[in-house]
Design a protein around this ligand. Sequence first.
Ligand code: SF4
Length: 464
Amino acid sequence: MNNELQHIYELGEGLETLDRIKARIDGLNLRYFIETYGCQMNEHDSEKIAGMLVRAGYTKAETKQDADLILFNTCCVREHAEKRTFGNVGFIKELKQINPRLILGVCGCMMQQREVANRLFARFPFVDLIFGTHELKNFPAMLENCLDKKRVFNVSDSDGEVIEGLPVERNAGFSTFVNIMYGCNNFCTYCIVPYVRGRERSRKPEDILNEVRSVVAGGYSEVTLLGQNVNSYSCDGMDFPRLLTLISNEVPELKRLRFMTSHPKDLSPELIMAMAQLDNVCKHIHLPVQSGSDSILKKMNRRYTTADYLKIVDELRQNVPFVEITTDIIVGFPGETEEDFQATLDLVKKVGYSNAYTFAYSPREGTVAARMEDQIPDEEKKRRLNKLNAVLAETIPENNEKYIGYSGEILVEGVDHRGEPLLFGKLSNFKMVYVEGDESLVGSFVDIKVDGFRFNSLFGHIAN
Ligand code: SF4
């Protein structure tokens, strides 16, 4: 990536606008509610929007009914997303009649699809604000316009910029996200993301480092570095393994450093070495395989073969003890034969995943695969998905047997009250462990020993 082409946008003027709004709404006790759909990238965008709203003097509402600003941060990756979003927006009409000062906004990936944004704008005249993923930096000005009772529609075709200086209102807890890059250059033929998130833009290492330092100083013990494909991070001569090393060395008080997502074609031996050698880098990798058939991988434009993928898995297992691998798999991609599907089942058995997100292929308007002939009938896709999930239901527990007697450390995330109350938390390698213990341990690191397992979770006790 040519960094000279990279445009870094500092929010300076936007912050002044937020401060002006704060003075303007002082004493009105205005509250916001953000409903987020989709991936961690969207969740983190919502934290940034919340950060701007807090800076502008808003406080968080517990329900939509209590809010003076409701924002739907949409996703277009999942099936039936548009129908669901339009349904959710329709319900807000009533709330607008009860609270005339209520501002209703819709943003996120779905609004980056101009035709969908146009449809929503035309169909729901009571929606005040529509903006795409590249317009976060203009949120302060858009908010000011909405407060002036103007209707705002802001969807641009640019790739967006790297925006620095955004206030972030992070979700409470012990674990948080830090973006290292935005966008994707890969154009997998089934995927809409490159069209709605633009081309790859990497943040500067010092900006990432400063943000990690600040969240650790704020009490977070676990940071997940986010990018559509972190393995293609590139800025100021730094690649992803070097970035991990930099953060790990410069912020040693950070207990756990995670990252996602990794495209197999860009996963380097240096990354495997960084995972092996850096203590606070977690021993888990989310490595989407998508298919176990080379011909389908080619049609998906994934640019690796199953042999390449299995080689990475072998190297990870050889170098990183107790490394766990999770994945995404699509069945019923156009042209997938029974033989292709069996190859996916074979690969799943060979790898021994810790967990997997499985999907029946469904076309996304505007992508190459949506125009492919030989689409697979829904019934057949459903059959293959059920079969794949049945195979995973066998292989995932098999993978857990090695943990009996295992000693490790979990970060306690909470208490599960579904039966007898149990603390739950993850090992560095993302395996969930349940133990008996006192609620006061939530948020701390606890040594445990594993006694048993159930599907993809482990059960144990606190080690003395
Ligand atoms: S790597 Fe492929 S699947 Fe992932 S975001 Fe980019 S285009 Fe989509």
